[in-house]
Write a protein that binds this ligand. Structure first.
Ligand SMILES: Nc1ncnc2c1ncn2[C@@H]1O[C@H](COP(=O)(O)OP(=O)(O)OP(=O)(O)O)[C@@H](O)[C@H]1O
Ligand SMILES: [Mg+2]
Length: 234
């Protein structure tokens, strides 16, 4: 079935309860993200950006509202179903990379493939090598994270996010800890993943330069979305 948008949120609400305290970081949010879009999400600290990323990546479940991605109804899935959905559908890129320190770049990128059934060792090696090549780090496959620069670590993390070929990537401040040159490399990479590989990308950022690399920018303010600028697909 063909849908108008790849990600469709309707009345999306997340309520956190701790004892008698209730926090509602997202309330009644409507959002459509077309397939292949590179969307930047900005907004003040605490405005619910990570909360929204966690919902659309299946890490967390909405308290109410609808959330469809492609043909999948995420709000209707159990946590177990979401875990399986995530393994094939979504790559997550974190601000601080979250690589496993005792594993090489190659082994870090291989991790998501170990969850996939029916892949031979040779298939896995081929796919890991392809992902490392895509991020320009074929020559660093045997290096551990401590032997890489921050920008290189983030490129390994991107290779890990794309190695299982999910249609969706989410990134939470992926350039937040990087110098300008490394940040630009990461942004170029993300942009080419959307334009050349058709990935749909939702990126949270505090950095106007990063937002500029995206095809659309939305601002989250107290759980509401405001469109402030948009420009033609790059
Ligand atoms: N697990 C949780 N339990 C209770 N409250 C939470 C939880 N996670 C987030 N919150 C609250 O929800 C609100 C939104 O948090 P969120 O992490 O989505 O903000 P953010 O926009 O990503 O902020 P930042 O820019 O600082 O990363 C905050 O008030 C936060 O304290
Ligand atoms: Mg956050």
């Amino acid at each position: 079935m063909k849908h108008s948008a790849f990600i469709r949120c309707r009345g999306l609400t997340r309520i956190y309860r701790k004892g008698r305290i209730e926090v509602i970081p997202l309330e009644n949010l409507d959002l459509d993200v077309p397939e292949g879009e590179f969307l930047a999400l900005m907004g003040p600290s605490g405005s619910g950006k990570t909360t929204l990323l966690n919902l659309i990546s299946g890490i967390d479940r909405p308290s109410s509202g609808q959330l469809h991605i492609g043909d999948d109804d995420l709000a209707g899935m159990s946590r177990g179903q979401l875990t399986k959905w995530r393994a094939r559908s979504c790559g997550y890129i974190f601000q601080l990379y979250h690589l496993v320190p005792i594993l090489s770049a190659f082994e870090n990128v291989e991790l998501p493939l170990l969850l996939k059934k029916g892949l031979s060792r040779a298939d896995r090696r081929r796919r890991v090598a392809g992902a490392l090549e895509l991020v320009g780090l074929s020559d660093r496959a045997n290096h551990r994270p401590t032997e890489l620069s921050g920008g290189q670590e983030q490129r390994v993390a991107i290779a890990r996010a794309v190695v299982a070929d999910p249609p969706l990537l989410v990134a939470d401040e992926p350039t937040g800890d990087l110098d300008r040159e490394s940040a630009d490399q990461i942004l170029d990479l993300l942009r080419s993943l959307s334009t050349d590989h058709g990935k749909t990308i939702v990126m949270v950022t505090h950095d106007a330069r990063a937002a500029d690399a995206a095809s659309r920018v939305l601002h989250l303010e107290k759980g509401r979305l405001v469109e402030k600028s948009s420009h033609a697909q790059k």
